[in-house]
Design a protein around this ligand. Structure first.
Ligand code: UD1
Length: 420
């Protein structure tokens, strides 16, 4: 196993190119199951989760090649509708094949994703919405067995809660359904919007793209004439590098970003004392004279993303004063707190709220990555700690950050990947 060794207290400078969004690439690869043509997809991030989904599609019968952030994929040859446990257990987002497989084949078997470190993360909303469209669903021996012999029917679905992958699953299924599906309380994340846009490129009529109400006219089971596309930039990777510039009080520039997707994040950084310049596709963060504390509440897009909560908590340890961070989406997304405490931060937890007292003097330590975004908070803390921090179990980081050491080294960080 590998670990990262990071020597703290180095200033960063220069620029970093942001990769394609992992959370967009995953549903978009699942969407290829609905395409009647071979697709060329660019700006694909080369991260472990993307490789897992490509493997899952290969197991189903798809043929793909992946090189230089470009995937050529032919999913017309898919002849199996069974996503087994061995692959689904590696990544919860594998559940994204459920809607497309059921819509295309009229039946499918997809392993239940199981537990997750950041909370319970059920898929009841995905299943309820498919049942409402005429699917018969059974859970047997850890598998979702779904059937819709007459195809999925158009209807109105109101999501009880906003769910990102749930919305994507049901939107993809609606694209091939019989009749019109109206979806209410749909997630508005940019990744969901891109799924709609790519489906629309294939001839699906979708009204309300980007809003919480969508009206989708299904193709009646016919595969779609999807056009080639490029994955949107990763707003969470971008937010992480903005925090890296912020915490090290460095001026750095992010290239290949969409500043519109980061409005809530930019606003928070400005409130904390940072100046940010933006162009159509770059962001430059300038050092703050004094980092101000902040109150943060995570919520659905366009609110502050839960996937940047841990990174901002690391940043708040360096603000002078008290910051309060409320995690509203996942009940157990504070595992980075104990590791940050081992480095000298002063954070108190009560329910879904964390109180961060700053400014803390951080010291290097051996720390454990616990989930993808929690791990990036440890990198940020290590960048300003005294001494060399060792971050273990970095396979979590490899799930979602492309070329992490390469990008940080180019910015001037002293970071090395070493063998345990
Ligand atoms: C996606 C993102 C993840 C991000 C999260 C919230 C991907 C691959 N992952 O995860 O990075 O942190 O959105 O922005 O895009 N819920 C239910 N029942 C369901 C589905 C969800 O109760 O059937 C609850 C969840 O437990 C959670 C909330 O709804 O409390 C939001 O979860 P959801 O938006 O579904 O997260 P994911 O799509 O799994």
């Amino acid at each position: 196993m590998h670990y990262l060794a990071i020597k703290g207290k180095q200033k960063l400078s220069g620029s970093v190119a942001i990769s394609g969004a992992k959370n967009a690439a995953l549903p978009l690869l699942a969407l290829t199951l609905l395409s009647k043509r071979k697709l060329n997809i660019t700006n694909i991030p080369e991260v472990a989760d993307v490789k897992t989904l490509l493997q899952l599609l290969t197991n189903l019968g798809a043929v793909s090649t992946c090189k230089d952030n470009t995937v050529d994929i032919d999913a017309i040859s898919v002849n199996s509708a069974c996503a087994n446990y061995d692959i689904v257990r590696k990544m919860r987002a594998s559940i994204l094949v459920l809607g497309p497989l059921l819509a295309r084949f009229g039946h499918c078997e997809v392993s239940l994703p199981g537990g997750c470190a950041i909370g319970q993360r059920p898929i009841d909303l995905h299943l309820k919405a498919l049942e409402k469209r005429g699917a018969v669903i059974e859970i047997k021996q850890g598998y979702v067995l779904a059937k819709a012999p007459k195809g999925l029917q158009g209807t109105t679905i109101i999501f009880d809660k906003v769910t990102v992958t749930g919305s994507e699953n049901i939107i993809m299924a609606a694209a091939l359904a019989h009749g019109t599906t109206t979806l209410v309380n749909v997630a508005k994340e940019p990744e969901v919007v891109q799924v709609c846009e790519v489906l629309a490129s294939g001839g699906v009529s979708i009204e309300g793209i980007g809003s919480s109400k969508l009206i989708i006219k299904g193709s009646g089971g016919k595969l779609l004439d999807i056009q080639d596309f490029s994955v949107i930039p990763d707003r969470i990777e971008a937010g992480t590098y903005l925090c890296a510039g912020a915490i090290t009080k460095s001026k750095i520039t992010l290239k290949n970003v969409n500043p519109k997707h980061l409005e809530a994040v930019i606003l928070k950084l400005e409130q904390m004392g940072f100046k940010i310049d933006e162009t159509k596709d770059t962001l430059t963060i300038h050092p703050a004279e004094k980092i101000l504390p902040s109150d943060i509440e995570t919520s659905e897009y366009p609110g502050f993303p839960t996937d940047l909560q841990a990174q901002f908590m690391a940043l708040c340890t360096q603000a002078k004063g008290t910051s309060i961070i409320d995690e509203r989406l996942f009940e157990n997304r504070f595992m980075h707190v104990s590791e940050l405490s081992r480095m000298g931060s002063n954070i108190k937890l009560k329910g879904h709220s964390a109180t961060v007292e700053g400014k803390a003097k951080l010291n290097a330590a051996d720390v454990m990555a616990t989930d993808l975004r929690a791990s990036s908070a440890l990198i940020l803390a290590a960048l300003v700690a005294d001494g060399t921090t060792k971050i273990h179990r970095i396979y979590h980081l490899d799930r979602g950050y492309e070329n992490l050491e390469g990008k940080f080294s180019k910015l001037g960080a002293h970071i090395e990947r070493l063998e345990e």
